[in-house]
Every structure is written in C-alpha cells, then in structure tokens.
Write a protein that binds this ligand. Structure first.
Ligand SMILES: O=c1ccn([C@@H]2O[C@H](COP(=O)(O)O)[C@@H](O)[C@H]2O)c(=O)[nH]1
Length: 294
C-alpha cells in the first residue's frame, strides 16, 4: 500500500485506527476453544466487527510464535483474511546483521517463503543502517522503526542525550541543544534524523508511544511528513486527544493502535459486538480530530 493509498483510506473511513491482533489463547472466550483454529476464529470475528472503523491491523508476532507451528498457521489465515484496503503490520521488532535481516524480510514479505505478505514490519534500529536496508530492498514494503516506545524502559536508552559532529558527523542536521560544531540530541531523535537518510516518508514510519505526548510536537518537527505508528492508547492509558492534537498532518500521518481494549472488551458471547463498539468509539473521536486539524 502506498502513502497516498493509506492517506486516502484514512480520509475515506475517517479513521486512523490500527487494531492490534495480540491474540492470546488464554484470554479467548470459552465458546471458541472448540473451533479447529480458535485464534483464527477469534481474529476473523474481530476483523468482521471492526473493519468498518479500522484502516490497519497489527498482529503482534509474539502471540503467534508462542503457539508454535499452529500459531504460524493462525497468523497466515488471519493475514489472508484482513481486507485488502487495510494496511498490515507485522509487529515483529526485528533487525540483525544484514545477512540475517534479509531472511527476516523474506519471512514477512515473500509469500512463497513463509506464506506471509505483510505491507510492513516493525524494526529495532540499534544495529544501524545495514540491519535496516534489507527490509527496504523490497519495493513497496515499509519499515516501521522503533523511535520512542511507550514503555517506562524507553527512558533507559532512547532518552539518553548523545552528541554528534555537525561537520560530517552522524546525525545530519541541527540538534536540540547546540554548541559550536556539536549537536546534542536524545538518542531517539538521532534515530529519527539518521533514518531519514535511509528512506523517505513513502517507505518508513516511526513508532512513538501514546504515553510520550510531551515529545510528540518535537517529533513532528523532526519528521513532518512521516506516518507515526502510535501504540499505547487504551490499556496503557495514552490520550488519543493529545496524540491527535500533536501528531495529525494533512495526510493523516498517524496510525493509532489499540489491542487489548478492543480484543478483550468482553470475554463472553458478545465479544465481537463489544469490540465493534470500542472500535467505533475510537473512530468517532478520530473523525472529530480529523475535522479539526489544520
Ligand atoms: O512502543 C511500543 C511498541 C509496540 N507496542 C505494541 O503495541 C501493542 C499495544 O497493545 P495494547 O494492548 O493496546 O497496550 C502491543 O502489541 C505492544 O507490543 C507497544 O505497546 N509499545
């Protein structure tokens, strides 16, 4: 899916909702456990119930890998079932030396390899350029790079202040605090600046937690046109209003993820109906913010 396609879907559906398919076998409604593939049966019902209000689906790969081969089959079935007008994200957080990243890219982008054909994958940036480029070798596929994550531990490394030489140094651009030829940035800011020399907004997004709204305006300055994947609304308590106020662009520019708050709104027979209500509530709020944006 292209940048323009995604932006058009957002405007058409009046939504930038990404439904996170963090499907935990232990949390499924009991009546589904007799299905041949309970995880797929659950995902199918959730997708049917939420597709009117979502522009994207994000299976978190950990939930499928934890079930061994049958989890992988559930993932394949789920991906095939997601409507073609929705942007698909493999939340896998991969990245390794180039040779190995190439195999990860094959896994998630080449249907004839592992039976998966995602639009995008989340990638950890800390092994640098050569660990990310193999994903970008796949034309039309997207990298979603972890920048400032939603968890408390994001402060351990991502918020550390780093220095870089402006005259031919690493960051390529001005820093938040300047002294002569040295720019000082937080590490996540260096990630955002440097990664923009690897790919443009048409192939790369950044992960920014909904719990990090104090940094969001600065992030928008650093990456004015990039889509941001924003998890952390719902169960993690992030504010959709704040994220939208600081992050929305003319093209939309946001994919806001909610997983548990939608998937597990009810554990009874009405789980899909309750998931639909949760998704619709978020979409209605998003439509208001889309109308208000400059
Ligand atoms: O910074 C990050 C990066 C990824 N995630 C993932 O998003 C979902 C959030 O789930 P909720 O149930 O809506 O909290 C989950 O798959 C995380 O692994 C994140 O939360 N923060």
């Amino acid at each position: 899916m292209t940048y323009t396609d995604l932006s058009e879907q957002i405007l058409r559906k009046q939504s930038y909702l990404c439904v996170g398919l963090d499907t935990d076998l232990r949390k499924l409604p009991h009546h589904l456990l007799t299905e041949p593939d309970p995880v797929f049966a659950f995902n199918k019902a959730i997708i049917d119930a939420t597709a009117d209000f979502a522009v994207s689906y994000k299976p978190n790969i950990a939930f499928y890998e934890a079930q061994g081969p049958r989890g992988w089959e559930s993932l394949q079935r789920t991906l095939e079932y997601i409507p073609a007008d929705c942007f698909t994200i493999a939340d896998a957080k991969r990245g390794d030396i180039g040779n190995t990243s190439g195999l990860y890219a094959r896994t998630f982008f080449e249907p004839q390899a592992a039976g998966l054909n995602f639009d995008s994958i989340t990638v950890a940036p800390y092994m640098g350029r050569d660990s990310v480029m193999p994903f970008l070798d796949y034309e039309g596929k997207w990298v979603i790079l972890l920048a400032l994550t939603s968890n408390p531990g994001s402060a351990d490394f991502q918020r550390l202040v780093t220095t870089s030489q402006l005259d031919g140094g690493m960051a390529g651009g001005g820093g938040d605090y300047m002294s002569e030829n040295v720019a000082m940035d937080q590490l996540y800011q260096t990630v955002i600046k440097t990664a923009q020399t690897w790919a443009g907004p048409d192939r790369m997004m950044f992960v920014v937690g909904a719990t990090q709204t104090s940094e969001l305006s600065r992030i928008r300055e650093l990456a004015p046109d990039h889509f941001l994947l924003v998890p952390g609304v719902g169960a993690q308590g992030g504010s959709l209003a704040e994220v939208s106020r600081r992050g929305l662009t003319k093209a939309g520019g946001l994919l806001v993820n909610a997983s548990r708050s939608i998937l597990y709104a009810s554990d009874g027979l009405d789980f899909a109906a309750q998931a639909r209500t949760e998704a619709q509530t978020l979409q209605k709020e998003m439509a208001l913010y889309l109308a208000e944006r400059v």
